[in-house]
Ligand binder design. Structure first.
Ligand code: PEP
Length: 245
């Protein structure tokens, strides 16, 4: 089995540096297992420096970035600033940012371009909501294709390593709900994405220590983007262990 990539997205958690350090130690402890997958920890910006001091085998990720290179953009964090903190991976276009912060495909496109330009590995999240899923596979494919076209606009004009672009297929209705997609349906969409674009594709949406075994055997799924389960060290251990087979 090809090495999987596991990205632990802590979202806006935990609430203290001490808790972040504890969690990062728990991740680091399970990474050296034989045939371990590549593991990325994506804490909030505030804990990047703390986590960076702990993770040696795991890699550091960020949950967002600014499309600007720096300057008068209050609250924003640039790709260069992330790189200087040893961040290797960055998530762009997470559905929670699209929904709660009004991120548009145009904004996400600028973020993807900024990340690739800076040499970061970018994980672009795409996925449909329930109303689209209910309309069937063709409707989902159409929606995903449009997202990819918009979010990756002008990418051809950029010089970057194709390995630095990853897609996370995250059906919105499966995120944080405890109801993951079926592996079969997720693989169908991932295959569709891979026909469109020859890149690594992760699945995200309520992946846990309990259900990951159903996904892990599929060679089309290159890894997982894990939210809630990444906050529990027992879950982290199971997820890494099962993906290491
Ligand atoms: C995510 O944050 O991208 C995610 C998939 O969350 P969860 O695992 O909680 O569904």
């Amino acid at each position: 089995m090809k090495k999987k990539l596991i990205v632990f997205n802590w979202k806006s958690n935990p609430q203290s540096a001490a808790a972040a350090i504890k969690l990062a130690r728990a991740v680091e402890k399970v990474v050296p297992a034989k045939n371990a997958p590549e593991v990325v920890v994506a804490p909030p910006f505030t804990f990047l420096e703390d986590v960076e001091k702990i993770v040696k085998k795991a890699k550091l990720g960020a949950q967002d970035l600014s499309w600007e290179e720096g300057g008068a953009f209050t609250g924003e964090v640039s790709a260069r600033e992330l790189k200087n903190l040893s961040v290797r991976y960055v998530i762009a276009g997470h559905s929670e940012r699209r929904k709660y912060l009004g991120e548009t495909d145009e904004m996400i496109n600028k973020k993807v371009l900024a990340a690739l330009k800076a040499g970061l590995k970018v994980i672009l999240c795409v996925g449909e909501d329930l109303s689209i899923r209910r309309r069937g596979k063709k409707a989902v494919e159409k929606f995903i294709k449009t997202q990819l076209e918009k979010d990756l606009k002008n990418i051809k004009n950029l010089k970057f390593k194709i390995g630095n672009l990853l897609i996370a297929y995250e059906p919105i209705w499966a995120i944080g709900t405890g109801h993951s997609d079926t592996p079969k349906d997720a693989v169908e969409i991932i295959k569709f994405i891979k026909r469109f674009l020859s890149v690594k594709c992760l699945y995200g949406g309520s992946v846990s220590g309990k259900n990951i075994k159903n996904f892990v055997e599929y060679k089309e799924i290159d890894g997982f983007l894990v939210g809630h389960a990444s906050l529990k060290s027992k879950e982290v251990e199971k997820i890494v262990k099962i993906s290491s087979r």
